[in-house]
Design a protein around this ligand. Sequence first.
Ligand code: SAM
Length: 300
Amino acid sequence: MEQKISFEDFVFIRDFIHKISGIYLDYEKEYLIRQRIEPILKDIKVDNFTEFSKIIKDGRSIRFKESIISAITTNETSFFRDDHPFKTFYKFIMPKLISKLRLIKDSKQKISPKIRIWSAACSTGQEPYSIAMLINEYLFKNAIFNITKNDFYILATDIDAPVLKSAVNGVYDQMAISRGLSEERLKKYFTPIGNKWELKNELREMVDFQKCSLHEGISTARFGGVFDVILARNVLIYFDVKTKDDILAKINQLMMDDCFLILGATENLYGMSDKFESYNVDNTLLFKKKGLTIKPKGLN
Ligand SMILES: C[S@@+](CC[C@H](N)C(=O)[O-])C[C@H]1O[C@@H](n2cnc3c(N)ncnc32)[C@H](O)[C@@H]1O
């Protein structure tokens, strides 16, 4: 039978979820807490939400904290989701990254830094793997041989451990494959295993998956430096304004001066105009740090 939840318990659990994930659910989403948390109550053999709240108040939530995060996150994603940001990455951003790498290589530094790309809420991996495919294809189609995929570092992070595990595995069912992947890319990058498809090692190796909560631990120290491209797509919508602004301020610090930030199609940076400027490139909004004296070519 479906459990009822009192307003008091709702507020308490809502605030707990906010604390551990940054995700904020207003009262309209009460049903979401009921539907998604109820299976956890069954698992841990707790009769109702009041008892559940008490366990949390007593500091005994550690054993199901990860299950709550996993239950409450929405992991919807697909290969080349929304298409146009990936076209813009290929046509507009890749040439700039290649020029940058050439400059670095020509400068004959002993250790050449890599181009650093961060997929900040990667879910089951389709987003960073789509970027990896585009890097491969760009290098091949433009016959670029002195720069290789090893010149790129792709970091992909998420708060949700089970989705990260499946991202690392790189095995996708027919449904996931049918969303956004062309027949040509399927043949090129995947091997069939049973009724699923496994991503080839050459692509899997390009992405470093790490568990990380955007509302807690993001800093240059945590990630070993700043980034040339950041994708923070379809995740900010789940946060309240303060959490979102705090995360964006930290993301701003993680951007190199010429870094491109890409958000989801429905996401914006209202209230952050002192930190970012936006540019529309072929219907994709690209965000740059505010106040750059030299604007990247092609942006106006
Ligand atoms: C809707 S998916 C978006 C996936 C991908 N970026 C895309 O656009 O297709 C949102 C992801 O954000 C993750 N997420 C939610 N809150 C997070 C947080 N505080 N820190 C890191 N990741 C979070 C979820 O686990 C989920 O996988």
